[in-house]
Design a protein around this ligand. Structure first.
Ligand SMILES: *Cc1c(COP(=O)(O)O)cnc(C)c1O
Length: 366
């Protein structure tokens, strides 16, 4: 079945006379529960919720695994770190990956005795640090640098030395890249971004094939309490139905914008894994079926970048990415990533490409 059909049907209950296509959110802290609690599907709102189950079935179908939903992407990151890492364990993170995951590892988990090794995503550099590692953490394409590493090759090398592998798959989503099929033990994503895609929800998930890991992750979620609200999960499930449509438009827009920017003398270093001459393209075509909504480029400096961003009317200045709304930001304003002052991370939305190009052209020339 094609992606467009799979996302519409994913996790929906069997048709039943007089029942809705997607049952509404189940708001429950407690459930009626008499006698032996082990006979009940739902015992308490932090442990189970039928709205989560439908959404997790959907994500599980799309990932071909067992999915566990969390209150945010960081909730999902923390669940893997917390379930896997013990004092003395070595975690290998990308230097150019998502900033808050690095902060959590280097702050809390380092103080608990975990050792963190950092290496860049490009050229599979993380593979040089595998000896004695417990967990290899990949993020490909990396955010915001858009470097790509070879998931299958790194999984094979990691497994050979007994390390587990997690892939942060936020940027492409499971429709663009399938980490579990490529050998990863954990496929993790911030569903806040392209998966849900409307700039209005925070959620995350982890998908695994091994039921023992699923159990550990659920135990973590129940005991830590990083649970998503039923209303958010219901909206998430609703948003999922248009994922294929949204990605098709966003990814086509991203490629067209990258090509447009390559022809503008005001900017340089346009990066998009879907550009045939991009340094990431060779590995990207091997493991990605769509190249995602994010691209990046550089103005000579901060002033030029800020002027262009404020001139754009259809490109909203905002952090985050993957929404129906086209957004961009000057990443150096956060002081967290190793990027130039004029570096722009750009997320293509679902607007008509002609309007976006016209707006950006005017913003360059104003
Ligand atoms: C945003 C993001 C996260 C964190 O997700 P939240 O939903 O903001 O908690 C993790 N990884 C990547 C790659 C992200 O872009």
């Amino acid at each position: 079945m094609h992606d467009g059909t799979r996302v519409v049907r994913a996790g929906r209950p069997q048709p039943a006379q007089g029942e809705p296509f997607l049952p509404g959110p189940c708001f429950a802290a407690t459930y009626h529960l008499s006698g032996d609690p082990s006979t009940a599907a739902n015992t308490y709102g932090r442990s189970q919720n039928p709205t989560w189950t439908l959404y997790e079935n959907a994500i599980g179908e799309l990932e071909s695994g067992i999915a566990i939903a969390f209150a945010s992407g960081m909730g999902a990151v923390a669940a893997i770190f917390g379930s896997v890492l013990r004092p003395g364990d070595v975690l290998i993170l990308p230097t150019d990956g998502y900033y808050t995951a690095r902060l959590l590892a280097e702050g809390f988990f380092t103080s608990m005795g975990v050792k963190v090794r950092l290496a860049p995503t490009a050229r599979n550099a993380q593979s040089d640090f595998l000896a004695g590692a417990k967990l290899l953490w990949l993020e490909t394409p990396s955010n915001p640098g858009l470097e790509v590493c070879d998931i299958a090759e790194l999984c094979e090398k990691a497994h050979r030395v007994g390390a587990l592998v997690a892939v942060d798959n936020t940027t492409p989503t499971m429709l663009g890249q399938r980490p579990l099929d490529l050998g990863a033990d954990f496929s993790i994503a911030s569903d806040t971004k392209a998966l849900l895609g409307h700039s209005d929800l925070l959620m995350g998930h982890v998908a695994v094939r091994d039921p023992a890991w699923a159990k550990k992750l659920i135990t973590w979620r129940t005991q830590i309490g990083s649970i998503p609200g039923p209303m958010e999960v219901w909206l998430a499930h609703r948003s999922l139905a248009t994922l294929d449509l949204r990605l098709e438009r966003m990814n086509a827009n991203a490629l067209a914008i990258a090509q447009f920017l390559c022809g503008r003398s005001e900017v340089k270093r346009v990066r998009y894994p879907g550009l045939p001459n991009d340094p990431s393209h060779g590995i990207a075509v091997k493991q990605m079926t769509r190249f995602g909504p994010i691209l990046s480029f550089e103005f000579p400096g901060r002033t030029e970048a800020e002027r262009w961003l404020s001139n754009c009317k259809l490109v909203d200045e905002a952090t985050s990415f993957g929404s129906v709304h086209t957004t961009a930001e000057r990443r150096a304003r956060w002081g967290a990533d190793q990027v130039a002052e004029g570096f722009i991370r750009f997320s293509a939305g679902c607007e008509h490409i002609d309007d976006l190009i016209a707006d950006m052209t005017r913003a360059f020339e104003e």
